[in-house]
Design a protein around this ligand. Sequence first.
Ligand SMILES: [Cu+2]
Length: 68
Amino acid sequence: MPEILTVTGVDCPHCAAQVRKELGGLKGVMSVEIDLPAQTARVAFDPAVVSREKVAEVVEDAGFDIER
Ligand SMILES: [Cu+2]
């Protein structure tokens, strides 16, 4: 079962592209759905492959926040 993590601060197409780029290269990430009006991204990942902590770390290193 995939888990979902919500990224906040995705406020423009540049940010959206960056989130896709950073998370798209992470093993275990299944999909990245950007919602620009809401300024969020929903990241689906397989917790058997990558931990929530690791996904959160990549997001935060890229300069975005996590909805806790
Ligand atoms: Cu932006």
